[in-house]
Ligand binder design. Structure first.
Ligand code: GLU
Length: 470
């Protein structure tokens, strides 16, 4: 029997971090075992579902590289099937019509609570046949009244629930539309899902769903409930904690490789290894190694992983992802060094791609002012002579490469009997506009000959104007 997993988000918002992690676990579990991963959009809550959320989920899944093998299925396109199954359960006496009004159900609850009991539907229409002709009704599942349901949860272990704890669940509303628990069951059954991997906020639904599946004579899948993710304050991760939508991480300059690596470790471990490629994850991931306890989100660690991947992925791969940021931050790179070369040099120095764009502007754009503090400190009259000499030596170079540039700067410093700091810092400010950049020779090489020489002139001009003014 082949293995089938699914990710079944409700499109009521973006793909959040918790959902993405569940999707990742389902995806990995299927990939490792040559199984199939299905994407199913649970859009039956018409009020809260919307197309923008569907698009955001599809975009997020694609960005993370969690491609589905089948789907996406949309539950709103499967109503006929759900209705058939409800009719079947009704015909077989496994479900029944309940004519209780909302007031009656409320009164039932209040009486139970007043008596100190757990409120639940009391089954008053379970066995009745005196059905009124034209009163509205809902359809309830006839939950077994005896025995226990046992979930052999692949993460949480064995969970037992007494059927006496479960009431007769509504499976179709008075307008005939199916409810959440019914649609999930029908789809898990019809789609041949063998492993349901989902958030543990659904663990209370599982015994009910298992009972319905049993009533349908369907195979019961294995269940794995993934513990929730907490914010750094120990509360359930939510919007209050900042970026929780997956695409927000893209916008903030994270690589999908980093987010995947981060998410998988948020609740799963393999010894003390921290860095995993996707291929390794497919090889190593197992539900048996998932934590039972919730995990706390740690932005520092995500940043650390992101930096690792910016530094170590092939620059062409980072470049592909960087392109989005270049467009978003309106940086035209057509007149300047290849972005792969910039990544190779700057990758060491940044934690995000947004930062990478910010600190790389001077490779592509000229500036009209130097950073005030850097200029005050380094573009002083004493810097004029070394700047002019370096410029002269650079202008003579026939080969604009890192090595010769390096030698030209050294030769100028030596000739003037100056330490590298006295030459290097003014050069850095002159050519980049500020006091921070990669190694000077590499920086100049990337900035290019023409721009370098013109910027030294601009700095010399700045110094002489400053001298005149004082
Ligand atoms: N649609 C449900 C949700 O987004 C998930 C249902 C399931 O995984 O069974 O919470």
């Amino acid at each position: 029997m082949s293995l089938v997993t699914r990710f079944a988000p409700s499109p009521t918002g973006y793909l959040h971090v918790g959902g993405a992690r569940t999707a990742l676990y389902s995806w990995l579990y299927a990939k490792k075992r040559g199984g199939k991963f299905i994407l199913r959009i649970e859009d039956t809550d018409i009020e809260r579902s919307n197309q923008a959320s569907v698009d955001a989920i599809l975009e997020g899944m694609h960005w993370l590289g969690l491609e589905h093998d089948e789907g996406p299925y949309y539950q709103t396109q499967r109503f006929d099937l759900y209705k058939e199954v409800v009719a079947q359960l009704l015909a077989e006496g496994k479900a029944y019509k309940c004519f209780c009004t909302a007031e009656e159900v409320d009164a039932m609850r209040e009486a139970q609570m007043a008596a100190g009991e757990k409120p639940k539907y009391n089954g008053m229409w379970r066995d009745r046949t005196d059905h009124p002709a034209d009163k509205p009704f809902v359809i309830r599942f006839k939950n077994p009244q005896q025995g226990v349901v046992v979930i052999d949860d692949m993460i949480k272990g064995r969970i037992e629930i007494a059927n006496s704890e479960l009431d007769d669940l509504i499976i179709a509303r008075s307008d005939g539309t199916p409810t959440y628990n019914l649609t999930v069951v029908v789809d898990d059954w019809k789609m041949g899902i063998t492993h349901v991997i989902r958030g543990d906020d659904h663990v209370n639904n599982t015994p009910r769903q298992m009972n319905i599946l049993a009533a349908l004579g369907a195979d019961i899948p294995k269940y794995a409930h993934v513990p929730m993710i907490l914010g750094d304050d120990g509360k359930r991760l939510s919007k209050r904690h900042g970026a929780v939508g997956v695409m927000q991480y893209r916008d903030n300059g994270f690589l999908p490789e980093a987010l995947i690596n981060y998410l998988v470790r948020l609740g799963w471990s393999h010894g003390d290894q921290e860095i995993f490629s996707k291929a390794e994850l497919i090889e190593l991931f197992d539900l048996a190694d998932c934590n039972r306890a919730p995990s706390a989100f740690n932005t520092e660690k995500l940043l650390w992983l992101n930096q690792h991947y910016i530094k170590t992925l092939p620059p062409a791969r980072v470049a592909a992802e960087l392109q989005w940021h270049l467009t978003a931050q309106q940086l035209d790179t057509s007149k300047g060094p290849a972005i792969e070369a910039v990544i190779a040099v700057q990758g060491e120095r940044v934690k995000t791609l947004t930062e990478l764009v910010e600190v790389s502007r001077y490779f592509y754009e000229d500036f009209s002012e130097f950073e005030e503090n850097a200029a005050k400190k380094h573009l002083r009259p004493v810097a004029a002579e070394p700047l002019a000499l370096v410029k002269q030596k650079l202008a003579e170079l026939t080969d604009w490469q890192v090595e010769p540039i390096h030698h030209a700067i050294n030769a100028a410093a030596e000739q003037l009997g100056l330490g590298m700091g006295k030459v290097g810092m003014p050069m850095r400010v002159a050519v980049t506009g500020g006091g921070n950049s990669p190694a000077l020779d590499q920086t100049l090489w990337l900035v290019g000959r023409e721009r370098t020489l013109a910027r030294i002139d601009m700095a010399l001009d700045f110094i002489s104007k400053r001298a005149e003014a004082s």
